[in-house]
Design a protein around this ligand. Structure first.
Ligand code: 1GP
Length: 252
């Protein structure tokens, strides 16, 4: 199975090169908006476009992905909230297992049901240990998942969870405070997790300021995901991307 996106993440991680991803919720975009986002993302040198949400109500995922693809060549990675959110027009798919929760359906149950469709999609599948961290208010993901998030100050739980995910073979750890979280994940927790794993670390949820994106990268995040703040103000794409890419390389 092709591993183009993942190989590029590993290469960047070795160099300490950080990536910026914009999250697009198919429910909140139309063709005009997608064109604007694609244009801004290209000029800001955004690394990845994530498409998905915990509750996709609309039924136009294929259309959304095709529309993005026709306007830019930034890799499109699906971030599915439900097993039905698969589009063969994307480049890759985060195959999420909610390792911070204790809901067997989201750990393995839905994967069993969707496995044949996911495999036959031909997408690059990236096995991802998904960890929801308390962001100060119930978010859609915590409600839908029916699983408690990791408390925001329990760094040791977060790092043990991430270590377990990595040892179980997950290729990526995604720490998420949930879309629109009141409080983004602390740099202390990010640093604790990053120093105990070797796979790339994705961080998202409630990041509103470029400064916070920068500090998260300095703490050890490899990929920063921003959705809500950009939905409100698309011009933030440029500043966020610049902040993430301004982190000095390990071996320039
Ligand atoms: C949510 O990590 C993403 O799953 C992004 O969160 O929408 O709050 O930026 P925001």
């Amino acid at each position: 199975m092709k591993q183009i996106i993942y190989e590029s993440l590993l290469t960047k991680k070795r160099k300490g090169q950080k990536s910026f991803a914009v999250l697009i919720d198919p429910d909140n975009v139309n063709a005009k908006r997608l064109e604007e986002l694609a244009r801004l993302a290209v000029s800001a040198e955004v690394d990845y476009l994530l498409v998905g949400g915990s509750l996709v109500i609309s039924n136009h995922l294929d259309e959304v992905v095709q529309h993005i693809r026709s306007h830019c060549s930034i890799p499109v990675i699906l971030f599915p909230g439900t097993p039905s959110q698969v589009s063969r027009y994307a480049d890759g798919l985060l195959y999420l297992s909610l390792i911070s929760g204790r809901n067997p359906e989201l750990l393995i149950g839905q994967h069993v049901i969707s496995a044949p469709a996911v495999r036959s999609s031909g997408l690059e599948i990236i096995s991802t240990g998904y960890m929801v961290i308390d962001g100060g208010a119930p978010t859609t993901v915590s409600y839908i998942s029916n699983a408690s998030p990791i408390p925001a100050d329990k760094n040791e739980i977060a790092l043990c969870t991430a270590m377990a995910g990595e040892m179980l073979g997950m290729k990526l750890i995604y720490m998420d405070a949930g879309s629109g979280a009141r409080h983004a994940i602390s740099e202390e927790m990010i640093a604790a997790v990053a120093s105990h794993i070797e796979v790339p670390l994705v961080v998202g949820g409630g990041i509103r300021e470029p400064e916070k994106a920068y500090l998260n990268c300095k703490a050890g995040a490899d990929v920063i995901v921003v959705g809500n703040a950009i939905e409100k103000d698309a011009s933030l794409i440029r500043e966020m991307s610049a902040a993430v890419h301004s982190v000095p390389l390990l071996h320039p």
